[in-house]
Design a binder for this molecule. Structure first.
Ligand SMILES: [Ca+2]
Ligand SMILES: [Ca+2]
Ligand SMILES: [Ca+2]
Length: 259
């Protein structure tokens, strides 16, 4: 009886494991921005396991979506949005130290994953596999995540697919080329931080963040890496131009007065 109970627990444990692979935004919603400059939202103490999830989604066999972390935000108007991710060490709820020395990479997409009350999306839902087989070749992909282009995924109920429409990406450090050409978007300075501004229109956005060390796929066990993320609405270049023009006029009239 006791053994049966143990096996039952083991089975429960095993069957609940895939839940870890499901895409969710819990605790990682940056919120809603109107487009007014100055608004900012910071989310700390998040992590991913294995320092390769983002870069693994740049290659021909795509990537495992549970090696990256999903964040979301919402815009109600046009805005220039700065997105920044930094490595951050911290002690997690299990008392384990989460490392801060990742070189993060992220991709920004228009679109959201299924959220409650819908079932969560994951790579190995039958519908997700069907999407990959149709686009990437039967059995040729290792997951649904694509870091440099559009991708889709769905849930166990095979609801209409979540579509992530690629907007742009960036990664920390110098150009990476592990044999299939330089991956675009390096920020040129490996300081465990990556930051980029995107001009966006109103809508729902998802950001997927992960590590950029392709070769750490063979590291076992895989350590966890901590993240701090910031989304801020910044002034648009036209605003700067108007401000400078205004200052120029002030200077001109000041000079005229002093003559
Ligand atoms: Ca891959
Ligand atoms: Ca891989
Ligand atoms: Ca950097």
């Amino acid at each position: 009886m006791k053994n049966t109970f143990k096996y039952a627990l083991l089975l429960v444990g095993m069957t609940s494991l895939p839940a870890m692979a499901h895409i969710g935004y819990g605790g990682r919603d940056f919120g809603t921005f109107t487009g007014a400059p100055g608004a900012t939202s910071t989310i700390t103490n998040q992590s991913f396991t294995g320092n390769f999830g983002w870069i693994d989604g740049t290659d021909a066999d795509w990537g495992d979506s549970h090696r990256v972390r999903a964040y979301d935000f919402h815009l109600t108007g046009d805005a220039d949005v700065r997105i920044t991710f930094s490595g951050q060490s911290f002690v997690n709820s299990s008392g384990a130290t989460v490392l801060g020395d990742t070189n993060p990479g992220f991709s920004l997409y228009r679109g959201l994953a299924h959220i409650s009350p819908f079932a969560a999306d994951h790579d190995f839902a039958a519908g997700s596999i069907a999407i990959r087989d149709a686009v990437g070749g039967i059995g040729l992909t290792e997951g649904s995540f694509r870091a440099l282009t559009d991708w889709s995924i769905t849930n166990d109920n095979n609801d209409p697919a979540s579509v992530f429409t690629f907007i742009g990406s960036a990664y920390d450090g110098s150009n990476i080329d592990y044999g299939s050409g330089v991956i675009p978007g390096a920020d040129g300075l490996a300081d465990h931080m990556v930051s980029q501004v995107f001009h966006l229109t109103a809508g729902d956005y998802s950001i997927f963040v992960g590590g950029t060390d392709y070769f750490s796929q063979s590291v076992d066990p895989r350590p966890a890496y901590g993240l701090t993320g910031v989304v801020s609405v910044v002034p648009e270049p036209e605003t700067y131009a108007m401000l400078l023009a205004g200052l120029g006029l002030l200077g001109f009239s000041a000079r005229r007065r002093s003559v």
